[in-house]
Design a protein around this ligand. Structure first.
Ligand SMILES: *Cc1c(COP(=O)(O)O)cnc(C)c1O
Ligand code: SF4
Length: 340
């Protein structure tokens, strides 16, 4: 197999080939471990793939250290034996979002921002994902189906921000995304449009020429929230796309999840913030894990989370410290974790 990511990012053939990379991101646990020279990984479970398919895009895979069973990027994607454990408090649908969905594809939980579920799949499957147990198939709403959601936004003047989420919205092609963004862009009371994407950093080739051109046609303020949990996820390839987006006026923010054995110490989180800033991305949220079935081994207990956060605060200026928060169903916003 050609090692695609060894080709420089400037090479257009590579840049336009994100769909091929996307297809190649599906693999089995044994294939993954073979590439990483970790055939006998003590935590791995081929069977856990049945709970949630394994997907790792090549650019992310390239950032995993070969031969290191504890690599923090590997642990985010590796199907593990512990996923089969039933742990009390960890459920299939911890956020119970259905009750906030007045219209298919739209979630209106917070007063002035709505979330559009513009895709149901991702390029990378994170084992801690709160959507890992969702029974959804690959599904794309048609333009006609979106009209109802768009009308809801048009008729709700209190909504001033629309968020594209998923799954990962960037798994859709440019025509589809920009059709939807143009519709939103035309609604007068919308001030900002936000895209939440882990694909932007795990498969940066996705930010192709067509995408960059597309965003130049959007008039509202545009925000991209990346989802990185560790500084090793960032590299020159990400720096390049961050630069191209910033040059076009896109505000870049990052949200992370506090994860056992991945980033559960102040040193790792400090490096993440420092690296993000170098790339022009500001830390936004640091979330406690959502209690989804199969992900309990990622949990960092609240007391320890607060201790880590206290140290983080002492390491970083305020503007590089993400807000430690948790999502509590029923609350009017994400809930900050206080230290006072
Ligand atoms: C997290 C979330 C938002 C965005 O919250 P912010 O605090 O504005 O980042 C909006 N809608 C839903 C349904 C969410 O889960
Ligand atoms: S990219 Fe986000 S939505 Fe997709 S699997 Fe990972 S955490 Fe879940």
């Amino acid at each position: 197999m050609i090692h695609l990511s060894s080709i420089p990012v400037e090479n257009n053939a590579y840049r336009d080939d994100w769909k091929t990379l996307l297809t190649q991101s599906r693999m089995t646990t044994s294939e993954l471990l073979k590439i990483l020279h970790l055939e006998n990984h003590p935590l791995a479970s081929e069977r856990a793939e049945q709970l949630f398919e394994l997907r790792v895009p090549q650019p992310y895979l390239d950032k995993i250290e070969k031969g290191n069973p504890n690599d923090p990027l590997l642990l985010q994607v590796l199907p593990q034996k512990k996923e089969h454990l039933h742990v009390s408090g960890f459920t299939e649908n911890p956020l119970n979002e259905d009750q906030y969905s007045p219209i298919k594809g739209l979630i209106h939980k917070y007063k002035n921002r709505v979330l559009l579920m513009s895709s149901s799949t991702c390029a990378i499957n994170c084992r801690y994902c709160f959507r890992r147990s969702f029974p959804y198939q690959e599904h794309q709403q048609s333009k006609a189906q979106w009209q109802e959601a768009l009308n809801y936004i048009r008729n709700s003047p209190q909504i001033n921000e629309v968020i594209l989420s998923g799954g990962d919205p960037l798994i859709q092609n440019n025509d589809y995304i920009f059709w939807l963004l143009k519709q939103v862009d035309a609604i007068e009371h919308i001030k900002r449009v936000r895209i939440h994407s882990r694909l932007a950093t795990s498969l940066p080739q996705r930010i192709d020429q067509g995408f960059l051109k597309g965003i130049e046609g959007i008039h509202k303020d545009l925000i991209l929230v990346t989802h990185c949990n560790h500084a090793n996820e960032l590299g020159p390839d990400i720096e390049k796309i961050a630069q191209q987006l910033t040059q076009r006026g896109v505000t870049l923010l990052n949200q992370s999840v506090l994860l056992r054995s991945v980033n559960d110490n102040a040193q790792t989180l400090t490096e993440l913030s420092e690296t993000l800033f170098k790339y022009g991305i500001l830390p936004y949220y640091l979330f406690l894990l959502d209690p989804v079935a199969g992900a309990a081994h990622f949990e960092v207990p609240l007391k320890e989370a607060k201790q880590i956060y206290q140290q983080l605060l002492s390491n970083l200026p305020g503007y590089l410290t993400p807000k430690l928060s948790v999502e509590i169903p029923g609350n009017a916003s994400k809930t900050p974790i206080g230290l006072y």
